[in-house]
Ligand binder design. Structure first.
Ligand SMILES: [Zn+2]
Length: 216
């Protein structure tokens, strides 16, 4: 969620400061809200110090990428993006992680979707970029996706949606934030494919995670 640290003597990049200001506002409801403008100053530092005072014995005034403070401010949580079951076998296979795809195996899990339904973030984090399952052709523009990075560096790709307007750089919460709308796959896969959203998850270090083990 953060590229560099925010706080005392830190990089305080605008994009990172914005994330920290936003999540501090969500957590510290009893305090006056910070202006989410990405500009680091005494109010932002004060809120970091206040938050850390209840979190650690020796606050350092710094919110580091993947550190204890950001992981507590925005815990890694998971949720079913469509609220529906995993796709069962159709003419193209079934949607479980590791299912056969000819010579390959399925690298994610497919959650059945209703075209146009709102899709919720499967993981809490920040939408870091638009992700396209297909490089070219009509589908490249119609069937899109997003990449979300969680506070511990977990990465999650959600495909076959129309991303919500201005979703990139937004902080999202699993099961609450709408990241886009489901798209039908029937224009690309003719013979009775079950419409679904494809979810792929990797750890911060790039190891694949079976989404079904974390999305309950
Ligand atoms: Zn899939």
């Amino acid at each position: 969620m953060l590229r560099n640290a925010v706080g005392e003597n830190s990089s305080n990049n605008r994009r990172d400061v914005k994330v920290v200001q936003y999540v501090l506002n969500q957590r510290l409801r009893s305090r006056p809200a910070l202006t989410v403008d990405g500009i680091y100053g005494p109010n932002t530092q004060g809120a970091i110090n206040y938050y850390q005072s209840s979190l650690m014995r020796q606050p350092d005034g710094i919110v580091s990428p993947y550190g204890k403070t950001i992981k507590n401010l925005w815990p890694v949580r998971y949720s079913n993006p469509t609220g529906k079951a995993i796709r069962t076998a159709d003419a193209y296979g079934e949607g479980h992680y590791g299912a056969s795809r000819g010579r390959r195996t399925h690298d994610g899990a497919d959650y059945i979707s209703q075209p146009n339904q709102s899709i919720e973030a499967p993981v809490s984090g920040k939408v870091v970029r638009i992700s396209r399952p297909y490089a070219s052709g009509v589908d490249a523009n119609v069937l899109q996706g997003v990449e979300i990075e969680a506070s511990d560096g977990t990465k999650c790709w959600v495909w076959y949606i129309e991303p919500a307007v201005n979703i990139v750089n937004q902080v999202v919460q699993a099961g609450t934030s709408i990241i886009g709308k489901a798209k039908t796959l029937t224009n690309r896969y003719k013979n009775g494919i079950t419409d679904h959203v494809h979810v792929r998850i990797h750890t911060r270090y790039g190891s694949p995670v079976n989404p079904e083990t974390v999305i309950k």
